[in-house]
Ligand binder design. Structure first.
Ligand SMILES: [Zn+2]
Length: 102
């Protein structure tokens, strides 16, 4: 599945897929599930997870100042608190939509 279009609306990211379905994903759910190594951690061959220090979230942590496409497979949100390491693949976005879109 490919992402055809996206835009932010208040605290939601509106996603339109190439099969003409769409989703409204709360930005908070994206930030809380940021897939970057610092937020989600990296797993070594033994299954141990290494994470960066916990981030202190504020209201800016859940707002985006911009979103950049990454190739044809992902988007990268720039959060207003300065965090921008998370690359959200279309596949991962769909998993989040399955969980958080109501
Ligand atoms: Zn992150």
């Amino acid at each position: 599945m490919k992402l055809k279009a996206y835009e932010t609306l208040n605290d939601l990211l509106l996603l339109q897929w190439n099969d003409e379905t769409d989703n409204a994903l709360p930005l908070k759910s994206m930030r809380d599930n940021c897939p970057c190594a610092n937020c989600a951690g990296e797993t070594d061959v033994f299954g141990n997870i290494y994470k960066g220090p916990a981030q202190i979230m504020n209201e800016k942590s859940y707002l985006v100042s911009g979103i950049q496409p990454v190739g044809y497979y992902a988007i990268r949100p720039f959060w207003e608190d300065g965090h921008s390491d998370g690359i959200f693949s279309f596949e991962y976005l769909q998993k989040l939509c399955d969980t958080f879109d109501n």
